[in-house]
Design a protein. Sequence first.
Length: 498
Amino acid sequence: MLYQSTRDPARKKYTSAEVIKMGLAPDGGLFVPESIPPLTPDMIDVLCRDDYPVRAAKVLSLYLTDYTCDELLADCTAAYSPESFPGGPAPLVSVHDNVYTLELWHGPTAAFKDMALQIMPRLLSRALVKTGETREALILVATSGDTGKAALEGYKDVDRVRIMVFYPVDGVSRVQKLQMATQTGSNVNVCAIKGNFDDAQTGVKKIFGDKDMAAALNDKGFILSSANSINWGRLAPQIVYYVSAYCDFLNRNVLKMGEPMDVCVPTGNFGNIFAAYLAKRMGLPIRRLICASNRNKILTDFFKTGTYDRNRAFHMTMSPSMDILISSNLERLLWVAAGEEKTAAWMKELSEKGSYTIDGDTLAAVTADFRGYYASEHWTAEEIASYFTCHGYLADTHTAVGLHAAEEYLDKKKNNDGTPLVVDSTASPYKFAADVLASLTKDIGLPKDPLDALDALSALTGTEIPYPLRGLREREVRFTSVIGADEMPAAVLAFCDK
Ligand SMILES: *Cc1c(COP(=O)(O)O)cnc(C)c1O
């Protein structure tokens, strides 16, 4: 299997190791597989008898053909171990009637980014060897909170890789700050920046674009790499849990082979839902893909009208990981539906005008598979309260957006025909404990300290705090440095000398 850029009419080909190492295509496009490998009923039947790591290795082997089966099995076994995922990597939970959640947050940072970031660093480490790279990879991340911690956990102690994370000193929550400052591992570094998230992000981008920095790092034996969510190495592992959910339905006799399920995904950058779309195109019986947005409903509007328009107000919501106005991975869907030339032209319009409109044929092609719904802040809080009261299910703020979209979809009689509907649960409710607690208690008597909110939520609901968020107060703080954004290059070089 070879890969190409979504924007390259010449269709220059790359191996999977190359695309994982490079991240972004040279023309600014995203890497996509040249064809979509079939997943036959016979293959699904075999996967039903496998555990999650084996399912993952077998699905990944269809895409990462320059990795051996043994390599993939070793990496998947290590990534999705019971130590890292004590609740299982992707348990399918029956919530009510035909609604199920796929809980993707039982990993080391209690959010779904772990599903990709536990395996992607291992794939990168091997990609360096496979592409004849002699240097080490240095991962730089600017984070507004969650991605930084998930990347640190994924890259810690991975061979031939170092990682340095920058976060705005006053721009992350106390829980997030503690999670990062207490990070373990011999190849990690964490640094607070005086300024906001943009200052940190601009600082990282400058380092990536600086030729002198590249030369200085090269002298020290490093190449820069990113843990960005548009990297194919992060997307491919997300296909696996949709296949796994279908196998679980078959094993439980909820479905017979070939009968469809619906999938609903709380969406930000469009990575997770695009993985579900690929699973469908491979042959997994998925009827519809329901794209759930929060108040930043740019995708809901896009599926309704065919116009993607980022010239609009940006809202901060209680589902911050979905507060996005550029859903980068949508480009991959456009490429599947309309090809390189149209995709390149729309992306040019997006960067120049902030909007584009797809043609009628392309809109018809994407709306055959996708539906878009959104949840306001009011409805997000209502779903958290009603799912807990009526169904005994405690959802985080992002999952609640998905549950609301699912309810709206099922309100239409023709959709509510007994087909099981899988809603991705993308974060532990404890990751957003203060907002979940506020939704349950209608804002009465809330603890001021976010760490206390964890205990209060546990006491109120009788559920357990997940292991990554337990005992945060007692952990050793390893990283305390706070620097100006202009000092970032020096800090990076100093880290390389360690
Ligand atoms: C990143 C994230 C999302 C959005 O996923 P995309 O792949 O960007 O669409 C949803 N929920 C949570 C908790 C996340 O961290």
